[in-house]
Design a protein around this ligand. Structure first.
Ligand code: CMP
Length: 136
């Protein structure tokens, strides 16, 4: 069974800085994910802390929030069949060195921190993450 879902993608500062936005968008489209909305923004460290609050007890939380707010990012709403799972598969493992061949993180990720992209991990989180960046 396939359900049409929406998920949130973030193209992180390392990928924006290396001009990878169009390459990543092309991969998304080629894999049947429709880009419903997209915008380039820069967020504050406070906003990053709010976005990643599920990770607030983790040792990497402070670095993670500093990093996400360190430069421009592109946030995207993706839509497609089973989009949450489909996009997570296309991103690959969190650590690029563990990611499968031809996944976005394998192709472009530099390290576990600079792993080029974020994706919602569940439909529930997708809804709240989309609302976080696209309030209307
Ligand atoms: P992301 O999918 O954006 O969700 C949280 C981020 O924390 C993750 O990608 C990584 O970039 C970052 N991170 C840094 N260290 C770790 C770690 N040890 N385990 C998981 N995520 C980490």
């Amino acid at each position: 069974m396939s359900d049409v879902e929406r998920t949130l993608s973030i193209i992180k500062p390392d990928a924006v800085e290396r001009n990878l936005v169009e390459d990543i968008k092309k991969i998304l489209i080629e894999n049947n994910l429709i880009i419903k909305d997209s915008k380039k923004i820069q967020i504050t460290k406070e906003e990053a802390s709010e976005f990643y609050k599920v990770h607030q007890s983790k040792p990497f939380f402070n670095d993670l929030c500093s990093y996400l707010s360190s430069g421009p990012i592109v946030v995207l709403i993706l839509e497609g069949a089973n989009a949450v799972t489909a996009y997570r598969k296309l991103m690959g493992a969190t650590n690029p060195k563990d990611a499968d061949e031809n996944t976005i993180r394998k192709l472009y990720g530099i390290s576990i921190d600079k792993n080029s992209v974020h994706g919602s991990d569940s439909l529930k989180n997708a809804k709240s993450e989309i609302k976080f960046f696209f309030k209307n």
